[in-house]
Design a protein around this ligand. Sequence first.
Ligand code: B3K
Ligand code: ZN
Length: 856
Amino acid sequence: NPTIYLKDYQKPEFLIPEVMLDFALNQASTLVVATMQVKRSSGSGTPLVLHGEKMQLVSLAINGKTLSDAEYQIDAESLTILNVPDAFELEVQTELLPHLNTELSGLYQSSGNFCTQCEAEGFRRITYFLDRPDVLSVYRVRLTADVVDCPVLLSNGNPVASGRNDDNTHWAEWFDPHPKPSYLFALVAGNLEHVTDHFTTASGNKVELNIYAQQHNIEKCDHAMASLKKSMRWDEDVYGREYDLDIYNIVAVDDFNMGAMENKGLNVFNSKYVLANQDTATDLDYEGIESVIAHEYFHNWSGNRVTCRDWFQLSLKEGFTVFRDQEFSADMGSRAVKRIRDVQSLRAFQFKEDAGPMAHPVRPDSYQEINNFYTSTIYQKGAEVIRMMRELVGVEGFRRGTDLYFDRFDGQAVTTEDFVTSIEQANDIDLAQFRLWYTQSGTPSIRVQQSYTDQTLTLTIQQSCPATPGQDRKRPFQMPLCIALLLPSGEKVLQQTLVLTEDEQSFEFSGLPEQPVVSMLRGFSAPVKLEYNQSDDELLTLVSFDDDGFVRWEAMQRLCLKLLLPAVENGSINEAAYSRVRDAFLKLLTEPCHDKAMLAEMLSLPTASYLAELSEAIEPRQISLIRQQCVQRLAKDLESPFHTVYAQQGQNTDFSLDAESMASRSLKNRTLMYLVATGQPAYYALASHQYHAANTMTDRLSAFTALVHSSYPDRQALIDHFYQQWKDDPLVMDKWFAMQAIAPRDNLLPDIEQLMSNPTFSINNPNKVRSLIGAFTSNLLAFHQQDGAGYKFLVDCVIQLNTINPQVAARLISTINNWRRYAQPYQSLMCTQLERLANENGLASDVTEIVSKALK
Ligand code: B3K
Ligand code: ZN
């Protein structure tokens, strides 16, 4: 596949201001008539080249006159019409086979219902078109389908008319007045129920809100609806953005490549991010739904009203929208816990990506397959870059900047540069150096040294950024570094945002009669790795007193890393380091607790993936075994305080979803995990009792997981019981698969293979692939077998998925594209399997790009 470069961007030669789409939807074959008003915008006499693939052209007409074969050329990816006037009506008829579409891009079927996914380049599988985000059109859509199979007919915008035909079909027409790129087009047709509600905007417009799902799931849509209303209010309050159509529809489908899609007025969602009740969804699921509902809603302004000029600008909408949804969630729940989870996820996925062969800037310079660039760098690092700008200009200055951005670019397709310029101009600052965050890849490191003499603290800070593919040398970044100084007594004596701009800088703080403890990188104010050797006592002061929740948690993590990292390296636990962690845990468990959600986070050892990230040469099995050993020792040594805290939470916490109940469940289940890790039959019984008596899926799944991950003798019976109970609920089955796939035990591969033939598993369903195969690849012990069987299994799955769903295949194989970071024999064994994959015939471009970059 050819590489596409940002530097080659050219404005479109033609525009399509209006399009009418007429769909005759049919199980066997769907006919599409697209009528477009085409206008030349530059050049003269050049042919019209439209994108199109994986469909059958039926006919082509210009201004009502059918074109002969000689008047156009067609290949696998495009349609070229040689002689066209400067303004004309083009009619394109195409035939599609949605029931055979397993790639889930374009028009496809999920549970028998029709739906579409057009971002990034799926619209070109529906009709021949200028399928690029800088071509904006006003859409009118007419849908015709069988009245029994498809009572519901939806598209973007507002409904305008509908009716019955004589032949058991019916039709509906939709009109979207807002010009949009083709990637935001959507239709849904099928047999669906819906819940309905309404929202009145700040200007007094009443908006109808609907959530569509299959009939048996309709009871599970309330939380999504409540989340939607909260999101709409929040975007008015915080960004001054109102909704702009009469109706907002959300549809839940079971087969979906990603989380959800922000199609104008018609969001299509992976059912995982819509459906919930207390029997089937965990507290984490509820939070996930709230944030994804918000994310897609926020796209209505950051993405739809103001869209991207080209796909290199993807972070313009994704980074900004992730930042918006992160802040929304922080406002709805615990800000500190939200920040901790977001940092954990950034470290687990984005830092890993930035240190591997797919490392790319937030605004990439090139790509082969755009679907491979819906990455953690575009989304999560992109959000961090927005967050840093807000830190540099302040909350009010940031709002001035976003107001300017939305007002100036409404209805346009723009660039990340346009966003930065808006922030600059609204604040009269210069972000020239800051822009390096958009163009340089790699995770910077900050090295801090401190000295204290004559009542003066000096911090010397060096920054550096490792070489990444295509970028050997980096210039220093501008970044905000939020710090505070605490006296050993815990009193905060100063709080400040330092701005780093140089390779090395010093900062002096005088008039300090006592040596202070530095609270560094507060709120994780920049997406960097921090090298800063603070003593155990300093870390413990931060754990006890810092008013920044992130720093408190981070200090505890760093105390644990002092135990875990050397232990992984040496294969044995240092007793002094262990005692300090144990004592810190004991203190946390026995002190009065003001914030249970935070306490649950503080009682978690650094994740295995973070330990891997911090390793020179990754020893996956060693990491898993050492971490487990530490969990078990803490569990045994602190059994009684863990049990006290567990018991204080009550067996059945309040059923409700308020912050207090969720925090209590979180703390209870954290302590339960430790209790079960003691291996004592009494705690197996306790967990088993919790499993059976639970009134929430949170409590049930926590008990289930603790037992399945332990040496509980009745594990298999428990697994079977869960299965019998929930086998008809695909989202619960996803959890059942995932919890087994991540069990820290050897010889798991035969179980995984057997689970693949379970009747509820389907390799065609992306959720199932992620929850079984994807989860298994994150299992440091079982996946990384020393004979390479885990890797061989992965590549076998990827080869199978390559023909079914290349996007999912590419994502799956990228989990080992950082193979060079592993110790032997893992490194060579992964390489062998990647080479085997590379030699396979007929690899999709998605997979080819990942594998060839991995082996380069
Ligand atoms: N914009 C979509 C992503 C679609 C990805 C297609 N490969 C979801 C989101 O970020 O909101
Ligand atoms: Zn998004």
